[in-house]
Write a protein that binds this ligand. Structure first.
Ligand code: ZN
Length: 409
């Protein structure tokens, strides 16, 4: 067998060198995917076509391409999803309790790697982690191909608003530059407290400094904001508002006018807390009182998303806020968006494809099925436009041309 294999390799290298005598670089591997239905990530639908991948990229959409390597004619094919808001390193510790982001133990490192694998297997090929310094080695290991996981963008350390104690505008600007030096892909800013009450935790002046410095450093700014902080962050020129509960229609219209993205949650986060209550209960953030209020907060978030979806021109991305217990279940918010918020299934999917890519400033790389883009391609058993629960049935995952899952019938 060994002789035969070596013989085949040498025969192959001969034919390569004969056809291309000037180059020793082998041609990138070509993969042809046959698809019955393709959602292109921008709202378009293609039928009975083939996607040609070479190396990490899509090179053609050609119904005549062959030979076929993966036959996905019975599935719905689309670009890999983008989750704009996760906490990829948050996990439950060895004692079963929420360890949050603090862990640097070996268990925490393995848990982070597991979160990344579960997220990728669920069809998410890019996530934005907002953020933790422990994101950085995970991001880099995945980017090197040393671990399976989604492409990770991270905020590294966040700007936690604490009123005047947060620092002067100049100190905040210095903190933004420090994150850039530490490898941040974006800046995350906490500008308000709890979901239902509490004042802004940064002044307008502080917010202006944070978002302006991020822009000057070529980074996007994501602001955790409720109520009046939504308007303040929009006026500060931030890229995206996280959560947003309590914003008025006028605030949302202002966001649409400014081109500010909204990243609301539709149920997965609070459900995860409720399902894992005993593991989360701990002062000061996770209290009995807080858990008692959560049930009512699920419909409040859904009403908010329903209202936001009716604001003309408002760009709503897909972000789950996945914490411990939610990794790998990121697609659940699609189901909430469609079933509980009245969102059109195609719009829900596009929010995690081309629109999500646009919000990351990566629309020329990911989020669509088109020649020249990264070959981030997934397939679902079933048709999510008619039954959104198909998002739970991911049967194929390719990221940058590498197949990580292939279980289509
Ligand atoms: Zn979060």
């Amino acid at each position: 067998m060994i002789t035969l294999c070596l013989g085949m390799v040498s025969a192959l290298s001969q034919s390569v060198s004969q056809s291309k005598p000037e180059s020793n670089v082998p041609a990138p591997r070509r993969i042809v995917i046959a698809a019955g239905t393709v959602l292109d990530g921008k709202g378009g639908v293609l039928h009975h076509t083939r996607i040609v991948v070479e190396g990490a990229k899509i090179v053609a959409i050609d119904p005549k391409a062959g030979p076929v390597d993966y036959d996905l004619h019975a599935s719905t094919v689309m670009p890999g999803w983008i989750d704009a808001h996760v906490h990829i390193t948050w996990s439950f510790g060895a004692d079963g309790k929420n360890a949050g982001p603090a862990g640097t133990t070996q268990e925490a490192a393995y848990a982070s790697a597991s979160n990344a694998w579960l997220t990728l297997m669920a069809g998410f090929t890019t996530v934005q982690s907002v953020g933790s310094p422990t994101d950085v080695p995970l991001r880099d290991a995945i980017a090197r191909g040393a671990l399976p996981g989604p492409r990770i963008l991270t905020a590294v350390e966040t700007i936690m608003g604490r009123g005047e104690k947060t620092g002067t505008p100049d100190e905040i600007r210095a903190f933004v530059r420090k994150q850039k030096d530490a490898g941040a892909d974006l800046i995350k800013i906490y500008a308000s407290g709890g979901m239902t009450r509490g004042p802004m935790t940064l002044s307008q002046e502080q917010l202006n400094a944070a978002c302006d410095e991020a822009r000057k450093q070529g980074l996007r700014s994501l602001v955790h904001a409720y109520r009046d902080a939504v308007r303040a962050a929009t006026l500060a020129g931030c890229t995206e508002i996280e959560h947003g509960l309590g914003a008025s229609d006028d605030d949302l219209k202002l966001m649409a006018d400014h081109g500010t993205y909204l990243d609301p949650q539709a149920g997965l986060l609070l459900e995860t807390y409720l399902q894992n209550k005993e593991r989360y209960l701990a002062a000061p953030y996770y209290t009995e009182e807080g858990f008692a209020a959560m049930k009512d907060l699920i419909p409040a978030h859904q009403e908010f998303l329903r209202r936001a979806a009716h604001i003309p021109g408002l760009k709503i991305v897909y972000g789950t806020d996945a914490v411990a217990g939610a990794h790998g279940r990121n697609a659940e918010d699609f189901i909430h968006r469609v079933h509980d918020c009245g969102i059109d299934p195609m719009a829900a999917l596009v929010s995690a494809n081309s629109l999500g890519a646009q919000a990351l400033g990566m629309a020329d790389q990911i989020g669509s099925i088109a020649p020249g883009l990264q070959a981030d391609i997934i397939a679902l058993a079933g048709d999510p436009l008619h039954d959104i629960t198909a998002v739970r049935r991911v049967v194929f995952v390719m990221k940058s041309g590498t197949v990580y899952k292939s279980s289509a019938p």
